[in-house]
Design a protein around this ligand. Structure first.
Ligand SMILES: *Cc1c(COP(=O)(O)O)cnc(C)c1O
Length: 383
């Protein structure tokens, strides 16, 4: 085993793909402190700055004092608190679903759903660029994985036509792609799933709290609320907390409580995380200006990049969101660019395989509503 570890380590290093996280002394939505120095941060998923919002912090503190720190037990044994129920009711109401279930992480929510609903003899049909947790969930479910071309309804339809013989089928797509910042064509996908009578699940991790008039997510943005059987999301991005969730019919959610192993055999989400997410959900309703500011700043950044590099329209791909990739390609120049930005006081790590495919390295800028116009100006100058 030791030989295996040493050899694999060497291989990763030879390909310049070795990763070790930067140790930050503090991290905020718009800045980080590293080696005593402050950098502008363009790598946070705390899109609305709620992880550091005074009201979010206060309600987490109150929950800590009232309930204590840990989750203590599995939800099914003695871990379910009134706070979990309150959060699940609020999430269901927010997403316009009958019911919701909270998991300790979004990754576990995806594993739990797919492994519970699918089995050998079933087919799961996914976008090529779906999040790693969905790929692992498909493997865990033991169903057969079919992949369609990225954001292509046409390709999905072809797969739907040739998988008719499977006992059960589930179509799964990210709604807003985490490394490209572009969208799934949800209108077309919903129509296709209706036509072929298969359920659709979306992973709304990056759109929850940001997209749609009320911040409900991509289903609202595309006018498809109530038409998607399973909507998964995370409390760890725009909600500034920690944990994952699934929304759907009461029947399905009750089934997941009885079947999802990542729900049953793990400790309940901590009370302070529940309370933080609950308050963040209230803030999303109260502060629509924040997501508007974020999306207009994102548009400004995309336009500025296109203006500065008019000869290469590929740099930002099809991004239409707060996630703005800057395509580089091979590993070494991507690393060099990240270093250059760091020298200019900007923290934005290069994204390399296995997070993105070979030779599709990029800098992934994620904006937050706490970035000022001058922060974005500084980034554009440094590019
Ligand atoms: C972050 C993310 C997850 C996992 O959520 P966690 O709560 O961080 O485990 C799942 N899907 C997508 C698309 C994500 O970006």
């Amino acid at each position: 085993m030791r030989k295996f570890v040493a050899e694999e380590t060497k291989k990763i290093k030879q390909k310049s793909l070795w990763r070790s996280p930067a140790i930050l002394e503090n991290a905020r939505s718009n800045h980080v402190v590293l080696d005593g120095k402050k950098f502008l941060n363009f790598s946070s998923n705390d899109y609305l700055g709620y992880a550091q919002h005074p009201e979010v912090i206060r309600s987490a503190q109150k929950a800590l004092e009232h309930y204590g720190a840990g989750g203590r037990s599995s939800r099914l044994i003695s871990g379910t608190l009134d706070l979990h129920r309150e959060l699940e009711e609020k999430l269901a109401a927010f997403k316009g679903a009958e019911s919701a279930l909270v998991f300790p992480t979004g990754f576990m929510a995806n594993l739990g759903v797919l492994a519970s609903l699918l089995n050998e003899g079933d087919a799961v049909i996914m976008d090529r660029l779906n999040h790693a947790s969905l790929i692992d969930a498909a493997k865990l479910s033991r169903s057969r994985l079919f992949v369609f071309d990225h954001a292509s309804a046409e390709s999905l339809e072809k797969v739907l036509k040739r998988t008719k013989s499977y006992r059960k089928r589930l179509v799964v797509t990210d709604s807003l792609f985490s490394m490209d910042g572009d969208f799934a064509p949800l209108k077309e996908i919903v129509a296709l799933c209706g036509k072929h009578k298969v359920w659709l699940m979306i992973d709304d991790a990056h759109a929850t709290g940001i997209f749609g008039g009320r911040g409900i997510g991509m289903a609202e943005h595309f006018g498809e609320l109530g038409k998607i059987e399973i909507v998964m999301g995370t409390l760890s991005k725009a909600l500034g907390s920690q944990g994952g969730f699934v929304c759907g019919s009461k029947e399905m959610i009750d089934f997941l409580k009885n079947r999802a192993r990542t729900f049953i055999y793990t400790t309940a989400l901590s009370p302070s995380s529940c309370a933080a997410a609950l308050t963040a959900l209230e803030l999303i309703e109260k502060e629509p200006g924040k997501r508007k500011k974020l999306l207009s700043a994102s548009q400004k950044l995309r336009e500025a990049i296109q203006k500065k590099f008019p000869l290469n329209s590929k740099y930002i791909g099809d991004s239409g969101s707060q996630i703005v990739p800057f395509w580089v390609g091979p590993v070494e120049p991507a690393m060099a660019m990240s270093e250059h930005l760091k020298a200019a006081g900007i923290f934005a790590p290069a994204i390399r395989p296995p997070t993105v495919p070979q030779n599709e390295c990029r800098i992934r800028f994620s904006l937050t509503s706490d970035h000022s116009e001058s922060d974005i100006e500084r980034l554009i100058q440094a590019l």
